[in-house]
Design a protein around this ligand. Structure first.
Ligand SMILES: *Cc1c(COP(=O)(O)O)cnc(C)c1O
Length: 227
């Protein structure tokens, strides 16, 4: 039952927040529904959950359309191809995966044309591992400066996806590094970056301990995905 899994997950989020003296209300759960059919999303919605994450534009657009009467909130968390940017404005509450200035500019332009402002996170490759998307930490400050100047998008924080390791403690230094980057670049007046999107099914508790405000959890809620 998804409702029981949601309850168990919220208990673990609360416990992890309590361990570090955080207010659990600062931590929001994004249910990652990629590859999951609309019925299971609806089951989670009936259990009171509202925010869902998708990583493929086409799949997301179909699900959003099929479920549009249910008042859900959709986030985009995958690599966003330039020719898919036009599907974003008005559909997604938050894009977690801005990974280049070119993408930021294209999305901002499309949002302006449609008269909306889309909140975004900049995806940072904190580990420097070259197989992952995301910008190197050294490129973050100039990208943020440019992105903040664009009408149509609103940078509200940072996201990271560390290299997979079954031991959640291996992710801790990456999460801590993202928080430190945020504290340094979001510490100036008027330039706050309140959101940190980090942590998945196997390492979300560590992410909460390190300051996550959005955790992205799929498998723990919906079960294993087909390869
Ligand atoms: C699939 C995915 C997740 C969820 O992963 P689980 O291990 O199933 O919780 C989180 N973030 C991103 C970017 C993903 O693509």
């Amino acid at each position: 039952m998804i409702s029981e899994k949601l309850q168990a997950l919220h208990r673990r989020i609360n416990d992890a927040a309590a361990r570090t003296g955080r207010d659990p209300k600062e931590v929001r759960l994004l249910a990652v529904s990629k590859t999951v059919g609309p019925e299971a999303v609806l089951e989670a919605a009936r259990a009171g959950h509202r925010a869902f994450g998708e990583n493929k534009v086409q799949e997301a657009v179909e699900k959003i359309e099929a479920l549009r009467t249910h008042g859900l909130e959709w986030h985009f968390i995958g690599h966003l191809q330039k020719n898919k940017v036009k599907y974003i404005p008005g559909r997604f509450a938050l894009v977690h995966s801005i990974d280049s200035l070119d993408l930021a500019e294209r999305l901002a332009r499309t949002c302006r044309e449609q008269g909306v402002v889309t909140p975004v996170l900049i995806q940072v490759n904190v580990s420097g591992e070259d197989s992952k998307f995301g910008i190197p930490p050294g490129d973050l400050e100039p990208l943020l400066d440019r992105a903040r100047a664009l009408d149509g998008i609103d940078p509200v924080g940072l996201m990271t996806l560390p290299p997979f390791d079954p031991d959640p403690e291996k992710a801790r230094p990456h999460f801590a590094r993202l928080r430190e980057l945020r504290d340094r670049l979001g510490g100036q007046p008027g330039l706050s970056l309140p959101h940190l999107s980090m942590g998945m099914s196997h390492d979300f508790e560590v992410a909460v301990e390190e300051g996550a405000t959005w955790i992205r959890v799929g498998t723990l809620l919906f079960g294993p995905r087909p390869d």
